[in-house]
Design a protein around this ligand. Structure first.
Ligand code: F0G
Length: 418
């Protein structure tokens, strides 16, 4: 599903300079880090009327010096998709899919979500003057995300089930009511999410890294990034493919198991459980597409434990970047891929951080207070060893009397230990 522009101008050098020049434009469409690449997106007629944009995309690519040393990869960077308008990567796909709903004159849009899709959808629906309905698992999404969908005016329903149960009900709903479905099975979402990879290549002067690492939940994002890579190679915008690897939480690892146990021939749905609630998904919709991406790029699939996720999140935080737990599986997964020799020290790696640190402050505070795994990690297990190691990353707040002496003593103690 390429935009018509790509066909009329397939000269890669011309496309690259067109996209770069748009960065200086005053037009909303050009200022969006998604619509800037509209030659590779579906065409929306009358864009001035129908395109809903919050100037999404244009996200930074950061070096991670501490993580880099800890993992033993010299060239390690993170593309922070949490720096989007609603603080997750979902905005890049939502601007395209919500615009398509607007063009189709839908009054209602809806999604099932672990929290980020719903926050994004609610914002874009509000901007486009559409009504939105959110189905989320009761009690299993972070407050930050829930608060967003409330503030953006969505009809927010907390269903007594998990994400997969919400999807089942949503699929029934759209069969019976004229409601536009905005989950990532919507092809417009995937098209918009491709732009993260296009923008990344532009930031790297069109010199692909050796590895890109993404979290895997419903597997829409890995499919989108993979699709973008293949299209860019086809259009000769890049000359080779990075390996795209997908990381899942151990408690929500149906894709990992599909690849490792069944050679990708089938996927057994599971009841998922992880503190990285964004990827608490047991029956991923886009697993076949993600499998094709793994095969086409030669990437790997890996799983990581809860403790590994929490430690990796704090390490990314210590580099002054921060992200939500689901994003941190990328660094945790990279450590494993390094240990297995799949990623070599001289290779270049880009982690895709999918959500902002402030999406889930509860997780972060519990980790730093030492409460996150209280009573759940069994002594003598590898988890306990990891948890003990992660302690060095914990920075619990300290309560002091309001006097200068106590504050100076705290400063001196911290200075001695740093
Ligand atoms: N990271 C974050 C922060 C997410 O919110 C999600 C998915 C993923 C990673 C996984 O991406 O599903 O494309 O493989 N969140 C969805 C939601 C399911 O409803 O917000 P995926």
């Amino acid at each position: 599903m390429n935009g018509r522009g790509a066909r009329s101008s397939t000269n890669p050098a011309a496309l690259k300079s067109l996209w770069l020049n748009r960065r200086t434009s005053r037009e909303a469409l050009d200022q969006s880090g998604v619509w800037r690449f509209r030659e590779l997106l579906p065409h929306i007629p009358n864009p001035e009327e129908h395109v809903i944009t919050l100037r999404e995309g244009n996200t930074p690519l950061y070096r991670l010096p501490r993580c880099s040393r800890a993992v033993g990869v010299e060239n390690l960077q993170a593309k922070h998709q949490g720096m989007n308008p609603t603080a997750s990567f979902k905005d890049t796909g939502m601007t395209v899919a919500a615009s398509s709903a607007h063009q189709g004159k839908f009054r209602w849009v809806a999604c099932a979500s672990t929290g980020n899709t719903s926050a994004s959808m609610a914002a874009y629906a509000a901007r486009g003057n559409m009504c939105s309905m959110v189905l989320i698992p009761d009690g299993k999404i972070s407050w930050g995300k829930l608060s967003q969908s409330l503030d953006y005016g969505a009809l927010t329903c907390q269903l007594r089930t998990d994400f997969d149960g919400c999807v089942r009900i949503l699929n029934e709903l759209v069969r019976q009511k004229p409601v536009y479905l905005l989950n990532s099975v919507n092809p417009y979402r995937i098209e918009g999410q491709k732009t993260a990879a296009i923008e990344l290549m532009e930031q790297l002067a069109w010199e692909p890294p050796d590895h890109i690492i993404v979290p895997g939940g419903n597997l829409g994002n890995s499919s989108a990034i993979g699709k973008a890579l293949l299209e860019m190679r086809e259009l000769k915008l890049i000359s080779r493919l990075p390996k795209l690897s997908i990381i899942q939480a151990h408690g929500a690892n149906p894709f990992y198991r599909s690849v490792r146990e069944f050679g990708g021939k089938k996927l057994e749905p599971m009841t998922a459980d992880t503190l990285a609630t964004a990827i608490r998904i047991g029956n991923p919709a886009s697993w076949k597409k993600a499998l094709r991406v793994l095969q086409a790029t030669g990437g790997e699939v890996e799983e990581v434990t809860e403790v590994e996720i929490a430690a990796a999140k704090a390490e990314i935080g210590a580099d002054g970047i921060g992200c939500e737990p689901a994003s941190a599986v990328t660094l945790a997964g990279l450590k494993k891929l390094r240990r297995k020799g799949f990623v070599k020290s001289g290779e270049s790696v880009v982690l895709i951080l999918t959500g902002h640190l402030l999406k889930d402050p509860d997780f972060t505070i519990k980790f730093h207070r030492g409460d996150l795994f209280a009573g759940t990690v069994v002594a003598g297990t590898p988890d306990a060893a990891e948890a003990a190691q992660a302690k060095s990353l914990q920075r619990a707040p300290i309560v002091l009397d309001a006097n200068l002496g106590a504050v100076i003593a705290a400063l001196d103690a911290a200075d001695r230990n740093s």
